[in-house]
Design a protein around this ligand. Structure first.
Ligand SMILES: Nc1nc2c(c(=O)[nH]1)N[C@H]1C(S)=C(S)[C@@H](COP(=O)(O)OP(=O)(O)OC[C@H]3O[C@@H](n4cnc5c(=O)[nH]c(N)nc54)[C@H](O)[C@@H]3O)O[C@H]1N2
Ligand SMILES: Nc1nc2c(c(=O)[nH]1)N[C@H]1C(S)=C(S)[C@@H](COP(=O)(O)OP(=O)(O)OC[C@H]3O[C@@H](n4cnc5c(=O)[nH]c(N)nc54)[C@H](O)[C@@H]3O)O[C@H]1N2
Ligand code: SF4
Ligand SMILES: [Mo]
Length: 711
């Protein structure tokens, strides 16, 4: 042991930003512990393995320029300046030849660091980078093309005119929490999980509605197991019971909603027995659950990705929100509290918006475009391979692993082979990067100076170790590109400038933070309930919701305007046993993919020995009855097969999934991963064409498959 130093820091493994204490041994990060006493001193399994993550031998260490064929993975090392100059030269060539719209960017879950969010991304709750806007291209895309936007933007905006991030469970005052298609222990950071555990000790009842028995379902008082993708039917069935039994909040419905009468007619299709047939939730449970949500004063809700990936995903999420609203659980103590953003502390530069040309996907997903101002990445293949609506020739990827996260990797490799230029910025080699012309190594969050905002709290992120190799603060890589493109003034150009700009409105706070390694509390507005009745939700100060009608739109004008159903109409999954019984003869198991596991962060960490050890192989969870009838035992290698293809997984035989349903891990398929995972890209099984027509999100969680023992 050399010179040991312990100090408070911010975890650098994921953007969660948990407060930690790091131990350095002669400047080398050797240990990470939760920071005792800090309000956000959580630490997940991944955080504990911080040293292994940052020092992984697979880290990209120098900029690379392609020398072999696309996809072959042959590169030569280059200097950062050379790689950036080359990138900008290629971008200009494409612009001259095809116009600026022929360039597209995509940022993913590796682009969520606070300064990246504040300075590089557009302000619509998505992480799309603004870099190409001044260049003249409207084609800025992000993982919002398949994550968050359904639950966080489309559904809540259509209902309430309010983003999903502003709807939070008022846990401390709540009697009942329904956790519907979410598992709070996998949140980054897991703040809510900590609060739930505490509230439960104080008597909070928890009901988990989930296709599988996850951590939260095991801790819950009740696990409502259901068929994947059918949540809309369950919500509408409960609304039916509530209306028939007159358990809804009359005053709220009369004064603050439109479309209730139409909804009352529509939900009659969802009698409890019908709902049982669709969802597999027993009719009596549907009735009991409805009564409980309607009569508990008050009940709150947490939902997320579990509901996003089916054919009526957006409408299903709307139905769930409406269920809570009409039962008097919206913006009341203990209910679903409306916590409108009070505005970021960072004044963003005005970025010029290109006019005259719409981004790809604006035509196919007009509501998505209206509310995000982004390109829809699911439409990229059409643009690259068919020139529809116009050719796209160049791609900039930052912090995303699209070949493992989007459906049908063979489509994406074909797309990337047909590009004229591709840049990837990442911390390790991904399948995407194998196709790139230029690969730039990003530093991890342990290697940069920045800051982190929490609800009611702020901390500075002080660099813990120097950047590995020639890796670089990712925000500054983007700033360098902007500089070479002639608009560097729109970005901070150093870490000092990042902090100065971030706290330009309050330099005293920055000084205070510099001397407060444990962070600083910031004032949070006092809780005010029923704000729709006091005019606090609308800009014009009038009572009501910030929708076109001023009401909670059960019948949504916004959806109608774009040709979608006004009501939260449920449709059975297109590839499901009820809609497609013939297909179900050959592929009898309902396939769900991607429920989060704690040891991985989607495609990440599958190269990190300490984390891989926790689950060395990619699994398919299968019920004992389905395993038994196929001669499959726990731990066996099996083939999971859909109409699109087959992938080898390892069976975990468990009654955590219902008979007839299986769950497959996502994230496998990248070259730096250990072999079993590298060969198991779950998205070989999913379907590029099968989507929610409103969000354009792929149906990741309601498909059909067969499982056979592998040779
Ligand atoms: N450790 C870890 N944490 C992560 C991530 C990670 O990869 N690893 N990813 C991050 C990302 S990108 C996101 S978007 C968030 C997601 O955050 P969450 O949405 O909380 O993700 P999950 O933990 O998968 O929880 C979703 C739950 O929905 C359930 N579910 C799946 N299909 C259905 C269905 O049809 N109906 C119902 N009712 N339930 C269903 C799943 O079984 C699961 O329990 O997590 C983030 N946190
Ligand atoms: N079948 C199926 N598919 C899914 C899902 C599912 O549940 N099922 N979930 C979907 C969801 S919710 C999401 S969000 C997407 C996730 O899709 P992605 O955004 O592709 O997520 P990751 O696989 O985590 O890829 C993030 C990349 O960022 C890199 N990275 C990490 N830190 C940094 C950094 O500081 N800078 C830079 N430049 N790079 C960094 C990582 O090495 C990694 O390669 O996948 C989706 N795909
Ligand atoms: S949630 Fe993210 S930031 Fe928090 S300890 Fe885990 S890896 Fe670190
Ligand atoms: Mo996500």
């Amino acid at each position: 042991m050399g010179l040991i130093e312990k100090r408070p820091a911010i975890c650098g493994v994921c953007p969660g930003g948990c407060a930690v204490e790091v131990t350095l041994d002669e400047g080398r990060l050797v240990n990470v512990q939760p920071l005792q006493g800090a309000p956000f001193g959580n630490l997940c399994i991944r955080g504990r393995h911080g040293p292994e993550v940052v020092y992984a031998k697979e880290r990209l260490k120098t900029p690379l320029i392609r020398v072999g064929e696309r996809g072959e993975g042959k590169f030569r090392p280059a200097g950062l300046d050379e790689a950036l100059d080359y990138t900008v030269q290629k971008m200009q060539l494409i612009k001259d030849k095809y116009g600026p719209q022929a360039l597209i960017s995509h940022s993913g879950r590796g682009a969520f660091e606070q300064s990246m969010l504040d300075f590089c991304n557009i302000k619509t709750d998505t992480v799309a980078s603004k870099l190409l806007l001044p260049f003249g291209s409207p084609n800025i895309a992000s993982c919002g093309s398949l994550c968050f936007v359904s639950f966080g933007i489309l559904a809540p905006m259509a209902n309430f005119g309010i983003p999903g991030t502003a709807l939070e469970p008022d846990l401390v005052n709540s009697k009942l929490m329904v956790i519907w298609g979410s598992n709070p222990i996998t949140d980054s950071p897991p703040f809510l999980f900590k609060k739930i555990v505490n509230a439960k000790k104080n008597g909070l009842k928890i009901i988990a509605i989930d296709h599988m028995q996850t951590d939260i379902a095991r801790r819950a008082d009740q696990w409502v197991a259901m068929r994947s993708g059918t949540d809309g039917a369950l919500a509408l069935g409960m609304i039916n019971v509530i209306i028939q039994e007159q358990l809804y909040d009359r005053d709220f419905v009369q004064n603050w909603t439109i479309g209730f009468a139409e909804l009352s007619d529509y939900v009659q299709e969802f009698a409890p027995e019908t709902v049982e047939r669709i969802t597999r939730v027993p009719a009596q449970t549907v009735v009991d659950l409805a009564r409980e949500i309607a009569t508990t004063k008050n009940a709150c809700l947490r939902t997320y990705t579990g509901l996003e990936y089916t054919n009526s995903g957006v409408q299903n999420i709307r139905a769930v929100y409406i269920l809570f609203a009409i039962t008097g659980n919206l913006d009341v103590p203990g209910g679903l509290y409306i916590n409108l953003p009070t505005g970021s502390t960072v004044a963003q530069e005005e970025f010029p918006q290109p006019d005259g040309v719409l981004p790809i996907g604006a035509r196919e997903y007009p509501l998505f475009y209206e509310l995000t101002r982004c390109a829809h990445y699911m439409e990229l293949p059409k643009a690259v391979l068919k020139g529809d609506p116009y050719p796209v020739k160049g791609l900039l990827i930052n912090g995303a692993s699209t070949i493992t996260s989007y459906p049908q990797p063979e489509i994406w490799t074909e797309v990337y082979r047909n590009l004229e230029f591709m840049l990837v910025i990442d911390i390790i080699m991904t399948s995407d990067a194998m196709f790139a012309d230029v690969v730039l190594p990003s530093a991890t969050y342990y290697e940069i100076n920045s800051y982190q905002r929490y609800p009611g709290y702020l901390r500075l992120r002080k660099k813990v170790i120097e950047p590995i190799g020639e890796s670089h603060n990712c925000t500054l890589i983007i700033a360098e590109l902007a500089k070479r493109l002639g608009y560097g003034y729109l970005y901070p150009q150093s870490e000092e400038e990042i902090l100065a700009k971030a706290f330009a409105g309050n330099p005293e706070l920055l000084e205070l933070l510099k001397h407060s390694p444990d962070g600083v509390k910031v004032a949070v507005p006092e809780r005010r309930y029923k704000k729709y009745s006091t005019g606090q939700l609308r800009k014009d100060g009038r009572p009501g919701f910030p929708t076109a009608s001023g009401k909670l739109e059960i019948a949504s004008e916004l959806l109608a305007k774009h040709g979608y159903d006004k009501l939260p109409v449920y449709i059975n999954p297109q590839e499901g046993p009820l809609r497609n019984p013939e297909l179900a003869q050959d592929y009898p198991l309902v396939l769900n993919t991607g429920t989060r596991i704690q040891s991985t962060f989607r495609s990440q960490h599958l190269n990190v020995p300490g984390l891989v050890k926790l689950q060395p192989k990619p699994q398919v969870l299968i019920n004992p009855s389905d395993a038994g009838s196929r001669g499959i035992e726990d731990g066996n290698k099996v083939m999971v097969i859909t109409q699109r293809g087959g992938v080898a997984f390892y069976a975990r035989v468990t009654d955590e999934v219902l008979p007839g349903q299986v769950e497959v891990n996502m994230g496998g398929g990248n070259p730096a991963q250990v072999e079993a995972w590298r060969n198991a890209n779950a998205n070989v099984l999913t379907d590029f064409a099968n989507r929610d027509p409103i969000s354009g999100f792929p149906v990741f969680k309601a498909l059909l498959c067969q499982i056979e023992p592998a040779e």
